[in-house]
Design a protein around this ligand. Structure first.
Ligand code: PLP
Length: 377
């Protein structure tokens, strides 16, 4: 059997055409393409503002900065995510406080949040894991009761909805990633979507050194001096990234439908198999279907993983629990047993290929390989 790639991006003729058009234009940095992408993205989500940034990580960090979160503050998040989710809290100088996840879909468990809130708590960062949205209605109620902000980690979820709510609608800010393997991708890149105008204006400034005028402001019209109003950073999306993203965003629902069809096939094939499970898509939800993971028996994952690779299947692990990564263990003294559900998922999870370009034959081959390995173990 031919190797089945873990991921293939969607960049094709339309993306290349817009990229070449951009390369032939005067602007390479943040200019008309970035503005177009930001407007398109806000329109897709139904949010008021979007800012293109260089990654999820830089965008989420800027949001914490815009909210003046820093030393002495605590931010609640989930240990079942990519390490960047918690790292940005540390970069801001605050303390990450983990709350365990639910067993069905691996999202932060709202029942456990209130007991983790202290007078120092400033914000909650839920992750819409694999594309299934966290319970934003309940999280909003909890946050309002305690005066907290919500930063939605939407690295897995652009197309999702839950109870008719989209990412960015109930959170104070939603941050997205366009990293190489994400739902739409430009190699590296990210975006912040939000509804609050004052925060948007502050973020525009923080995104570019704290300057009050951007390159395109200076280019269009007569030169006027810029001033530096605050100590900012350097995180602006540039037009080369935006050119790759604009056509992909237009096709995102078509991509989603293909991913949905593949996921339904996977779920049908794996449902009810002894030893095998997978995260649920909850009633009333549309999962963005970013990642498909299978959950193997606990002590069998690594064996399962290597056998799948022997069968030619590209795989990944999303994710081992953050608090058990070396740096977090050594810095904060976390140990096995601290967040048992996240640890259990982290010890059982294997991500199998899922992307629009996956062919029907490849889907069948992935299923056959999973069934074969499952029988052998
Ligand atoms: C990919 C990912 C990130 C980080 O995104 P970057 O754009 O690479 O900074 C954050 N959170 C989750 C859940 C991710 O999967």
């Amino acid at each position: 059997m031919q190797k089945i790639e873990f991921y293939k991006h969607n960049i094709g003729d339309e993306e290349k055409a817009l990229l070449f058009k951009t390369l032939d234009s005067i602007f390479l940095t943040t200019g008309p393409m970035t503005r177009q992408f930001e407007a398109d993205f806000s329109a897709y989500l139904g949010t008021r503002f979007t800012l293109g940034v260089t990654s999820w990580t830089t965008g989420a960090f800027l949001v914490l900065k815009a909210w003046d979160i820093g030393p002495g503050d605590e931010v609640i998040t989930t240990p079942m995510s990519f390490c960047a989710t918690a790292n940005i809290i540390l970069h801001a100088g605050a303390k990450p406080v983990f709350v365990d996840v639910d067993e069905d879909c691996g999202n932060i468990n709202p029942d456990l949040i209130e007991r983790a809130i202290t007078p120092r708590t400033k914000a909650i960062i839920p992750v819409h894991l694999y594309g299934q949205m966290a319970d934003m209605k309940r999280l909003r109620k909890i946050a309002d009761r305690h005066g907290l902000k919500i930063l939605e980690d939407c690295a897995h979820c652009i197309e999702g909805t839950r109870d008719s709510i989209k990412p960015g609608q109930l959170g104070d800010a939603a941050v997205f990633s366009f990293y190489a393997t994400k739902n739409i991708a430009s190699g590296e890149g990210g975006a912040i979507s939000l509804n609050d105008q004052a925060t948007h204006e502050k973020l525009l400034c923080l995104r570019l050194h704290g300057m009050d005028k951007t390159a395109i402001d200076r280019y269009t019209g007569l030169y006027r001096h810029w001033d530096m109003a605050m100590l900012g950073f350097k995180a602006n999306m540039f037009d080369i990234q935006a050119a790759l993203l604009i056509p992909q965003l237009k096709k995102i629902e078509t991509y989603w439908q293909r991913k949905q069809d593949i996921c339904l096939k996977y779920e049908k094939a794996f449902r009810g198999l002894a030893g095998l499970d997978f995260p649920k898509v909850l009633a009333g939800s549309k999962s963005a279907r970013h990642i498909f993971t299978i959950w193997t028996p606990r002590l069998r994952r690594d064996e399962f993983l290597s056998k799948l690779q022997t069968e030619g299947i590209g795989v990944a692990v999303n994710f081992r629990a953050i608090h058990l990564l070396k740096y977090y263990r050594e810095t904060f003294g976390f140990k096995p047993g601290d967040f048992p559900i996240a640890e259990s998922i982290g010890d059982r999870t294997i991500t199998i290929p899922l992307y629009p370009r996956l062919t029907d034959q490849e889907v069948d081959d992935v299923i056959a390989a999973v069934l074969k390995v499952n029988r052998q173990l």
